[in-house]
Structures are given as C-alpha cells and as structure tokens.
Design a protein. Sequence first.
Length: 354
Amino acid sequence: MSLSIGIVGLPNVGKSSLFTALTKKSGFAANYPFATIEPNVGLVPVPDDRLDALAKIDNPAKIVPATVEFVDIAGLVAGASQGEGLGNKFLANIRETDAICEVVRFFSDPNVEHVSKKVDPQSDVETIKTELVLADIATVEKALPRLEKESKRDKTAVFKFETAKKVLEGLNEGHRVLTLGLSDEELAAIKDLCLLTCKPMLYIANVDEDQLDAELPEIDGQIPVPICAKTEADLAELDAEDAKMFMEELGLSESGLARLIREAYKLLGLQSYFTSGETETRAWTIPIGAKAPQAAGVIHSDFERGFIKAETASFEDYVALNGEKGCREAGKLRQEGKEYVVQDGDVMHFKFNV
C-alpha cells in the first residue's frame, strides 16, 4: 500500500513551495491566490536507514523504499465549499486520500501577502475546518434522499441511512466526523461517501528557520510538525552527504520530510516490514496489528489467499547475524503462521500455494 496525503491550506501559507521542496518536483508557486487549478501530485520515498543496512548484507540488484503520495491542491478560502475560488473542484481531488495535512503559516515574510492580511494560525485552521465541514454537509445532504429510498427497499440499508442522518446532525453543529465518536460499523457504513472530515488530520507549521526548535501551540490537540519550506528547498538541492552536513549545522537530526512521514505513520497506525535478498531489498507499509497473511497480501493477493507460513527474523537479529543464513543457524529465523502479528522491522519471506 502507498500512503496518500492531501495537502490543504489557505493561499500564501507556503504550501506549494513546501510541496515542491518535499517532493523535489517542480510545481507552480505564486504569491497570489488561485495561481493553479490542477492538483500537483508527487510520489516520494519513505526515508528509512534500515533499508541501507539490509542492502549491505544482501547486496540486492535494487533497493525499493515504501512511498507516500502527496496531493497538493490550490489554496482554499472562506466559501470554498460553495465553490468560492473553485473550491469544490479543489476539494474533490483529495476525497480519496488516506489523510489530510494542513499547512499553517507561522513564518513572517512581508513579500508574501496573507489572504486575510495577518498571520493568525488559529484563525486559518478554523477557516479550513469550516470549509471542510460545509463541504461534507453538502455531500451528506445530497446523498440522504438516495439513502432513504434504499432503506425503504432494503432493510440492510436502514443502518446506513440512520448513520448518515446522525453524521449530518454532528456536522451541522460544527463537528468533524472523526470527532463524533462513531463506531467501526458506522464508519464503515458511510465510507463510500468519502467525507473529508472523516480523515485523520496532520498539521504542518511552516515556520521561519529560527523557529524550527521553538515550542508551538497545539492545534486540535496535537503539536504541529515544524517545517521551514526554505530549509527544505535548500536540502532538496543537495546530495545526501551535503544534506546531512547542512542538517547538522542547523542542529536537525532529520529532514522535515522524514519528520512529517514519521508523524503520518504514527497518526494512521502504520509500520514497515521488509523483504530482502539478491533481487531486491524492499520496505512494505502495513497497519500496526496486521497479521502475516495481511502483510503478505500487500505484495500480492495470491500471497494472502494461499498463505502457508512466513519465515521471519527481527531487523535487529538479521543485521547482527549477517542475514538469513546467520539467523537460521542461530535459531532466530522463526516459522510464523496465520495468527502471527507482524512487528515493525520484521524481515519476512512468505510461503504460499494457490
């Protein structure tokens, strides 16, 4: 699975510049609203030093990291849910993402005019929240007549209709769907509505360079990820060694991209396991708590359908014992069955039959 994150924010919060820096993909950044209409989409590798450690042992033909897709839509403004600034078109582009990341302006730059004429992070967050809630209200209101008809023809559709009404009530009170305390069954019932406020939210504080280690106020109960778009842009132009030295000079242990992806994995309850050998060393993204057949299914559905067992070693053992042969000889290569819960960093080889 490839994680997909939609990036939103008001105009002139440095969102497009940040996207360009994080994805190393040329995009169009301007200091006025609605300079772009189509979304920018960038696929970036997940930074993980463990891949290099495994590759040193197995000398694979290629190294394949896990990936994250970023979908950057044009800046939203108040009224976006009603189409202001082409907002409806923009919002449609992030309905299929796994999470939404809002870029909030903390930096001060008189050359970049803020859409509301002042830098006010909390106000910006409320504006975006309101527009996402209003967009969801429109979606549910449009769906309700259809759901009601279905509920009269099919008793199994009654639950979905009742859940949608409950969701609309919460939205009309100004709450995001994710904060309504819905059960897993209720969330599953409305999944195909692709509601924006049903998605987990991450916040990026686009800060000045001297704010990277500053204490930031919480947003929605979470500390925003501090990233300086200018610093990320500088890092994007350097090779790995120079980038490492530059970060050390700034007192940074990791790039903003690495920090953002780590927080996204934590927010969504994701982890990585590895496959490694002469052909390739590869990272795979799975939910925390996934069992071995589910992990195998990420590679191919046949692996899950015909799962027999998984030969598994921890990353630490694999490195310490110099690979699969050393793990086998030391009794650290385990045979795990269908009920095995995969751990972060497991190095796995699947046996299956279809």
